[in-house]
Design a protein around this ligand. Sequence first.
Ligand code: AMP
Ligand code: FE
Ligand code: FE
Ligand code: ZN
Length: 286
Amino acid sequence: MRIDLHAHSNASDGTDSPAELVAAAVAAGLDVVALTDHDTVAGHAEAAGAVRALPAGSRLTVVPGAELSCAVDGISLHLLAYLFDPEEPEFARERDLVRTDRFRRGRAIVERCRELGAEISWEQVRRIAGAGSVGRPHIASALVEAGVVASVSDAFTADWLANGGRADVRKHETDPVAAVRLVRAAGGVPVFAHPGAVKRGRTVSDQVIADLAAAGLAGLEVDHTDHDEETRERLRGLAGELGLLVTGSSDYHGTRKTVRLGEHTTDPEVYGALLAQATGAKPIER
Ligand code: AMP
Ligand code: FE
Ligand code: FE
Ligand code: ZN
C-alpha cells in the first residue's frame, strides 16, 4: 500500500485540478491520496467524481481533508485535518474566515510588491489563482511572470514573500489548540503538518506540540521534504513520548513545487489508526 496523506489541487495553491490530481495519483501508483487544500474543501466534489469515474481495474482511495492555517505566539503553522464533516458549522466558519482574509492580505501583498518595484497586479494574481484559495504561491507565480524572480521558491526570500519578508503580510490564522478542537468536534482527525520545517520560518516548541497533543492532536507529519534526517529522528522521539502517530507525505503542489507525488508515504497501520478515529466523513473509494 502506498499512502500519501498531503496533496494540493488548484482549489488552493496546487497546479493540478482535483481530477488531474486523481489521475496523477493513479499514475504515481498510489493506493491512497489525501486532498488537503489550504483552508478549503472546494476540491472535494470534483475529486470524488473523478475517483468514481476511474476505469475498472484502477484503484484509488481519496481521503478528503484540508490544511488549516494556524499561528501561536506569532509563529505560523499548518494543521492537516482528515475526514471531518465539511458541513459542521463551526469549523466551516473558521475556514471561511481564513479564506476571506486571504483576499484582503493578497491585495496588501501585491501593493507591497508594487511599492518595492515589482510590476504585478491583483488582476494577474486573481487570474493565476482562478477559483483557488489565494495564497503567496500565486503571488510568487506572478513575480515569476513579471521576471522579478526566476522561480516560485526564489520568491520565498526575505526580499519578497518569506515569513517576515519585505512584502509579507499576515493573514488571519487560527490558534492551533482551538483548531485541534474544531477538527475533533467536526469528527475529523488532526495531524500537525511539517512541524520542523525551519526553512519556512520559526517553528513551535516541543511544549506547544505537547499542548496540542493534550487537546486531541492525533499525529505528526514527520517524513516530509522540508525535514532533514536529524529533525525526523527528533520528531519521531517526540511522537513516541506524546503517544502521537507518525505520518509521511509529499505535500505535492503540482508544478509549483519540485516534490513528486508519493515522494514520502505513510505506514498502512498508521493510516488504519487514523481512519479508526474519524467519524465526520468516509474515504472515497473506487
Ligand atoms: P500562504 O498560505 O499564502 O501563507 O502561503 C504558504 C504556502 O507557500 C505554503 O503552503 C507553501 O505552499 C508555500 N511556501 C512556503 N514557504 C515556501 C518556500 N520556502 N518555497 C516555496 N514555497 C513555499
Ligand atoms: Fe501550499
Ligand atoms: Fe503546509
Ligand atoms: Zn501543504
